[in-house]
Design a protein around this ligand. Structure first.
Ligand code: HEC
Ligand code: HEC
Length: 269
């Protein structure tokens, strides 16, 4: 059985009963794992990133007070403990967090805090995804931190931007569009996309554009205002982007390389 089947099975069970789904969560879908080395991932120089200028003035610096430190009673995660606990995740996200299938987000290099927080949200149902509900529901808070610490230490493989979209994407990312009230993405996600773990701004560097697009479009399409303080930040931003903006900025993000020291670089590359 492939992990897709496993995922479909989870989804089906969820429909029948969430309780059943918890106990039916396959512990080891890793048997269907794609090649772990992710060696087919695109690599290459991306001129877009050569123009990265840390500290460059931005069109607008949002002053959202989003940095209420994420609560949590778990001890800081341990990457070595997390490696074993992350075995089941590799089927989709790649053993080293560099997923080869672009519908699954890359976790390599993502911050422990953000990964743990998202897992908590999947588990509580605040972030709705039937597949991830199945995988998160069996994890303790400590597991989430250990797994987060493991992926945070993995090296993200560079992605490549679509040259036809780079210019528009770069302008949005680095300057936003004041006339339309769109803030510069880099104001929060950093000039090289490294994010800011303390403020719960995720790392975006070299994330699959297909996933970034899907995430932005989901926020854009959402009609219910979110109560989550972090989602509350991204939702109105996504709603100001049109489909072309989304495609452009997503492609630019995939091509971003974290090749310069950034303000709030997390542990790891
Ligand atoms: C069957 C495939 C599959 C498996 C196995 C899987 N995931 Fe996921 N994961 C997904 C999908 C699909 C998404 C995107 C969900 C969405 O669009 O909201 C996701 C999203 C995530 C995210 C959010 C990333 C971000 O950038 O916001 C995290 C964190 C995550 N998964 C961690 C894990 C962990 C940890 C495991 C193992 C315990 C795991 N996943 C196993 C499919 C999978
Ligand atoms: C004011 C700060 C801020 C700005 C400006 C901002 N973001 Fe975000 N972004 C966030 C926060 C906070 C989250 C986490 C949201 C959550 O947890 O629901 C996030 C999440 C994301 C994600 C999801 C990443 C993942 O791994 O799932 C994407 C994609 C994203 N932002 C893209 C953008 C783009 C593109 C722009 C510019 C058009 C932008 N952001 C501007 C704060 C910001």
């Amino acid at each position: 059985m492939t992990f897709r089947h496993a995922a479909a099975a989870i989804t089906a069970m969820l429909v029948m009963s969430t309780v059943a789904a918890q106990t039916a969560t396959p512990a080891k879908p890793a048997t269907a794992a794609p090649a772990p080395a992710a060696s087919t991932a695109k690599a290459g120089a991306n001129p877009a990133t050569d123009t990265a200028t840390p500290g460059m003035p931005k069109a607008e610096t949002p002053t959202v007070a989003a940095n209420a430190s994420p609560a949590g009673t778990a001890k800081p995660g341990e990457a070595t403990a997390g490696q074993g606990k992350a075995a089941a995740c590799g089927a989709c996200h790649g053993i080293d967090g560099n997923s080869t299938d672009a519908q699954y987000p890359r976790l390599a290099g993502q911050s422990e805090q953000y990964i743990a927080a998202q897992l908590e949200e999947f588990k509580s149902g605040k972030r709705v995804n039937p597949i991830m509900l199945g995988f998160a529901s069996s994890l303790s808070e400590q597991d989430m931190h250990d797994i987060g610490a493991y992926f945070a230490t993995q090296k993200p493989l560079p992605g490549v931007a679509d040259q036809a979209l780079v210019e528009q994407g770069e302008t949005l990312y680095r300057q936003g569009d004041t006339a339309r009230g769109i803030p510069a993405c880099m104001a929060c996600h950093g000039p090289s996309g490294a994010g800011n773990p303390g403020a719960h701004y995720p790392r975006l560097t070299s994330q699959h554009s297909q996933y970034v697009e899907a995430r932005l479009k989901a926020w854009k399409a959402s009609t219910e205002p979110s109560t989550d303080p972090h989602t509350k930040i991204m939702m109105p931003i996504a709603q100001k982007l049109d489909d072309k903006d989304i495609a452009a900025v997503a492609s630019y993000i995939e091509g971003l390389h974290s090749n310069e020291p950034t303000q709030a670089a997390p542990a790891g590359p």
